[in-house]
Design a binder for this molecule. Structure first.
Ligand code: ADP
Length: 396
């Protein structure tokens, strides 16, 4: 296992900057996932680590070695990709041991490593199977075993589960976590599937347009997103974002009737400043269905539009009342829907008027550039009575 460091890594293809001044410091034995929408630079970042690409600028270190210009074979890494390339005419044993045989390892050593790897991925007793006699998940496990036998310092996995069906993906997720625990190795994983990122990783690195937005444990990215991009990318369904401005008394939404009272000066904010309020669907409550919320906002009159029963919860699309009546909404403007999630046995109907409250301790505020100002808007102390410097900074 080894530490992996990217220092100011940039990769440009003509006028496309695939990776833009990336700094990553991945510790020994850490499981770090690169996540972000298609085209954000995940694979290119991975390629600079694997050696399939040489960065335009910057340094890549594995262990304490500068590997920026070393070929993949000299980097102490093993790779597993989305498209599993097993040799169809070789059985499982031959596929797993291929790299070792190529490097002229002793037969005894090869057998030992293949047996150990097969045990880790639960393929014992299948070593004489041919690839076409196996399921997609089993073939993927052969590919992982082939990576394990090389005893790498670092595993690089680029969407290794993308071609598997949903059930198998969930199963393989647990397998990979177990593998990480058993091998005690550094794993760098690429996915656009945030459930995979959230469940498996020690830390996730969220990328957008080639730039690192945040690197933090999954729940920190969820609860304390560094900016609006991370806030809306992490979490499904997405965080609600409500545009508005700072008033003397706190926040007021542009459309609709969302208001949150707090002392703006406690966060270094000035009245008139444009901000965005963020609230996750699970932090919105119907006033009549909740009585123990410690830090509620003032009620927001809304009307339920569409309901989506999911089995374990119901998603309720709400529109604020004045919007429903065609009130303050300007033509072409964002209707300012709020998505709420409620218990599956809640008595909610479509087209029903209801007051909702937001949990102030779970509110997020972002500035004009989308950078987090605070997570949690529980009564801020008034400037006169509170100590200076009470503002809460966004993570990272
Ligand atoms: P992701 O893996 O997040 O989908 P990529 O790293 O594959 O993103 O790509 C990032 C950006 O770099 C994209 O705009 C992509 O089109 C561009 N890109 C990647 N590889 C090349 C290449 N070999 N030549 C030109 N542009 C590339």
């Amino acid at each position: 296992m080894a530490r992996v460091q990217l220092e100011h890594v940039t990769k440009r293809y003509d006028d496309v900057t695939a990776v833009d001044d990336m700094n990553l410091d991945i510790d020994h034995g850490e499981f770090v996932t690169l996540v972000g929408p298609s085209g954000c630079g995940k694979s290119t970042t991975m390629e600079t680590i694997s050696g399939l690409t040489v960065p335009t600028e910057g340094t890549v270190r594995i262990g304490e070695r500068d590997v920026t210009n070393l070929p993949p074979k000299d980097r102490g890494i093993s790779m597993v990709f989305q498209n599993i390339a097993l040799f169809p005419h070789m059985d499982v044993y031959e596929n797993i041991s291929f790299g070792l045989r190529l490097r002229n390892y002793e037969k005894e050593e090869i057998d030992k490593r293949v047996d150990e790897a097969a045990e880790v991925v639960e393929l014992e007793g299948m070593l004489d199977r041919m690839p076409d006699e196996m399921s997609g998940g089993q073939r993927q496990r052969v590919a992982i075993a082939r990576a394990i036998v090389r005893d790498p310092d670092v595993f690089l996995m680029d969407e290794p589960l993308a071609n598997l069906d949903a059930k198998l993906r969930v199963h393989m997720r647990t397998q990979l976590q177990r593998l990480h625990r058993e091998l005690d190795t550094t794993i760098i994983y690429v996915t656009h599937n945030q459930a995979e990122a959230m469940t498996m990783s020690d830390r996730i690195a969220v990328l957008d347009t080639g730039q690192l937005q945040q690197i933090a444990p999954p729940l920190v990215c969820y609860n304390e997103p560094a900016n609006l991009f991370v806030a809306t990318f992490i979490g499904s369904p997405s965080m609600n974002t409500i545009e508005g401005e700072i008033t003397n008394d706190g926040f007021a939404s542009t459309y609709g009737q969302v208001a949150v009272e707090f002392d703006p000066t406690a966060f270094g904010l000035t009245p008139g400043q444009s901000v965005t309020l963020g609230v996750r669907p699970e932090d919105v409550y119907v006033t009549t269905l909740v009585d123990d919320l410690a830090h509620p906002t003032a009620p927001v009159p809304t009307r339920s539009d569409v309901l989506e029963p999911m089995g374990d919860e119901i998603f309720v699309y709400l529109v604020t009342e004045d919007i429903a009546e065609g009130g303050s909404m300007e033509e072409g403007s964002d209707p300012g829907e709020i998505l709420m999630s409620v218990d599956p046995d809640s008595d909610v109907q479509e087209d029903q008027e209801m007051d909702v409250i937001l949990d102030r301790s779970k509110l997020h505020l972002f500035d004009e550039d989308g950078e987090a100002i605070t997570h949690g808007l529980v009564e801020a102390p008034a400037a006169a009575s509170g100590p200076a410097g009470t503002e809460v900074e966004g993570d990272d």
